[in-house]
Write a protein of this length. Structure first.
Length: 202
């Protein structure tokens, strides 16, 4: 199946395609490792969040790293992608077709994938990624980092996972995860694999 966006035809990746994920995701033409960034399609109420997204984008590019993310041009998602692209690094976007009604796909990406479902989107992003970084965001962002942490717990990957706790945004989440561990519902080693940083420089 194909979809046309701005006079360009895109193949829509489906759940059948990701049954053979190595065929659906071609990394051979990429010249740098990609970091998956999970973050909001909104900018939040404090300008510190957008600044952090832009700082992260520049930092990735300066360290020879590219981006794989949700493909939008708005909110923190757009901010981090803009800086990666402006700094000359590669950026891959992955967005479900139904979300094109709500989020505008970025037009300057190295590569844009359309998918049939959220699950396909997350699987494609995870395949591209060599590491995962989480900026502030809403329900979707929380769901993404918790799912990728669950995949690590179940030995589905061994890639680094970082929570960027900008402005103390994730303090309560971190507190809850510690409590979950204390109550015996999570192993300490799985908690420790979620590396928490309070600044980009960390």
């Amino acid at each position: 199946m194909q979809m046309n966006i701005n006079n360009t035809n895109y193949e829509v990746l489906t759940s059948q395609d990701i049954a053979h994920i190595e065929r659906a995701v071609d990394k051979t033409s990429l010249t740098m490792p990609l970091v998956a960034v999970y973050c909001g399609s909104r900018s939040g109420n404090d300008e510190i969040y957008e600044k952090a997204a832009r700082d992260l984008g520049r930092a990735l590019a300066e360290n020879g790293l590219g981006l794989v993310y949700g493909g939008a041009s708005i909110g923190l998602m757009g901010a981090v992608a803009d800086e990666v692209i402006n700094a000359g690094a590669q950026a891959v976007g992955v967005i479900p077709t139904f979300m094109l009604k709500h989020e505008i796909a970025h037009e300057q990406l190295t590569r844009l994938h359309l998918t049939d479902t959220m699950h396909t989107r997350k699987t494609v992003m995870a395949e591209y990624a060599d590491a995962f970084v989480t900026l502030p965001g809403g329900l979707g962002t929380l769901e993404e980092i918790m799912e990728i942490a669950t995949w690590r717990q179940l030995y589905q990957h061994e890639k680094p996972m970082i929570i960027l706790n900008i402005n103390g945004f994730y303090d309560k989440l971190i507190e809850h995860l510690k409590y979950t561990t204390e109550q015996g519902f999570m192993k300490q080693q799985d908690l420790d694999r979620l590396v928490v940083c309070n600044t980009i420089d960390e």
